[in-house]
Design a protein around this ligand. Structure first.
Ligand SMILES: [Zn+2]
Length: 101
């Protein structure tokens, strides 16, 4: 009788996000990669009116015509991930501030 080796458990997809700096023209830039080996896209958030942009095909073909902002429901997954990250970071920062008080 041979023992079957268990199937390796697939690891959850990793999304890497790199919060960029604010460029001189008032656009918050950020590079985001869908998965560990996926393509990297660049997103931008205009700080004066909140309009967003992403270099991925989904955004170019489907979202761009709506002129979405960061809080629009119709944004690509990269912008959605960015939004989630911002919310999570704000929560973490608040929790940290409460902890030191
Ligand atoms: Zn995108």
């Amino acid at each position: 009788m041979t023992r079957r080796t268990p199937h390796p458990v697939p690891s959850p997809p990793m999304r890497s996000i790199q919060i960029g700096g604010i460029s001189t023209n008032g656009i918050l830039r950020c590079k985001i990669r869908s998965f560990a080996t996926g393509p990297t896209y660049e997103i931008g958030v205009r700080l004066d009116n909140g309009l967003v942009h992403c270099t991925c095909p989904h955004f170019e073909y489907r979202c761009l015509k709506y002129h979405p902002t960061l809080w629009s429901p119709k944004v690509c997954k990269h912008l959605a991930t960015y939004r989630e990250t911002l919310i999570r970071e704000r929560r973490l920062r608040r929790a940290a501030l409460r902890a030191v008080r």
